[in-house]
Design a protein around this ligand. Structure first.
Ligand SMILES: Cc1ncc(COP(=O)(O)O)c(C=O)c1O
Length: 380
């Protein structure tokens, strides 16, 4: 049987991984500054993660949501404490799109309205309503396009108010740091206005923290920099460090009802063990503070690169913590290939072709960035 051919692949076959490195079948070592697309939060094969998952599997790996699973409450308690979102309620899913799809559905249940507001260059997933709310028509099928979505300019308060005024919107969904789009962020004033307008027009504010959550931005969630209180927060990627787990945090003003949401795999025993391991390592290794320190180091290295270069480099650092982008002012696709095939470094790309994305495990060390900057010195 052939594989359904939807991915453009790099010619690399990882067979092993440890910490910030992956290894191919010939034993070639690659520095992982991509984290498998912001997924590897505590690094490949972290001993605590391996131990927790192995022990869990030898006891019970899965049972459905029809029985008690005390691990779910353990995750909720630990996540509430570490994120500072104790007042919210947790619903488990298994991916980022599923988190956003459920968040949108819940917003619609709660408001009894149907239209969604999203923003230019946003990415929220590939399921029915999430892809309709994603600013990329090439991945929206006619079936998805039946959802009513307004995609507005990020930062345009008047357009937002005009749209919400109509009274048919259930949700505003936004990434406080855009991931796939290319690390753009609006202003504190805009975000406060979004919160305020959502309250005024009885619309649920959904913070898509699928990529920026779980410590990646240096805060537990990226929206926390702005002192905002979203109605729903969505999470996935770094939550399971590679195990497929996601979740939504629901403000207590939205009331649960038996049967309104559900899933077979969400919150299973292995998913809970993976999430607990991630939370335990985030706390024990102070990875949020570390992400902030590493961002400072990254910015210093960028300044040094510009100062030492014979050419006039036009660099701009975007993002926060270890959700970073380097805008080089030209299409970085060829550079990314060179980094992989000649320097053995994985980096990420973005919808904005000029942005090199850096999304490493949160316990990356300074010497790993030194390797990247040696390579950039040679190539730029
Ligand atoms: C911000 C954001 N939301 C949602 C998603 C969709 O997540 P998943 O691929 O797990 O469905 C992504 C994936 O890149 C993302 O970056």
């Amino acid at each position: 049987m052939k594989l359904f051919d939807v991915y453009t692949l790099y010619d690399v076959t990882p067979v092993k991984a440890k910490g910030c490195y992956v290894y191919d079948e010939k034993g070639t070592e690659y520095l992982d500054l991509y984290g498998g697309h912001a997924v590897m939060s505590i690094g490949h094969g972290h001993p605590h993660y391996v131990k927790r998952l192995t022990e869990q599997l030898s006891n019970i790996g899965f049972y459905s949501n029809a029985v008690q699973n005390p691990l779910q409450q353990q995750v909720a308690d630990k996540l509430g404490r570490l994120s500072g979102c104790e007042g919210y309620e947790l619903f488990f899913v298994s991916s980022g799109a599923e988190a956003n799809e459920n968040a949108l559905k819940l917003a619609s249940f709660a408001t009894q309205k149907h239209k969604v507001v999203a923003f230019k260059n946003g990415f929220h997933g590939r399921t029915s309503a999430t892809v309709a709310a994603t600013d990329n028509l090439s991945i929206v099928s006619p079936l998805n396009a039946q959802h009513e979505v307004a995609i507005l300019e990020l930062g345009d308060v008047s357009a937002l108010e005009e749209t919400l005024k109509n009274g048919d919107c259930c949700a505003v969904i936004l990434e406080f740091i855009q991931g796939v789009g290319g690390l753009d962020e609006s202003t504190a004033v805009f975000y406060k206005n979004v919160e305020c307008l959502c309250k005024r027009y009885v619309v649920k504010l959904i913070a898509d923290e699928v990529q920026s959550g779980f410590g990646r931005s240096g805060d537990f969630f990226a929206f926390q920099k702005y002192g905002i209180e979203p109605d729903i927060i969505t999470m996935a990627k770094g939550m399971g460090n590679g195990f497929p787990v996601g979740g939504i945090l629901v403000h207590p003003s939205i009331k649960a009802k038996h049967g309104m949401l559900g899933t077979t795999f969400g919150g299973n025993h292995l998913a809970c063990a993976a999430t607990l391991a991630v939370l335990e390592v985030l706390e024990k290794e102070h990875l949020m503070a570390h992400a902030r320190e590493m961002e400072s180091r990254f910015r210093e290295l960028c300044s040094e690169l510009v100062a030492e270069s014979a050419k006039k480099l036009n660099l701009k650092v975007k993002g926060r913590g270890l959700m970073l982008g380097l805008d080089l002012g030209f299409d970085v696709s060829e550079l990314r290939k060179k980094l992989i095939y000649e320097h053995y470094i994985f980096t990420g790309g973005a919808k904005n072709k000029n942005v090199l994305r850096i999304l490493p495990p949160l316990n990356i060390k300074e010497e790993h960035f030194d390797v990247l900057f040696q390579a950039l010195k040679k190539e730029l």
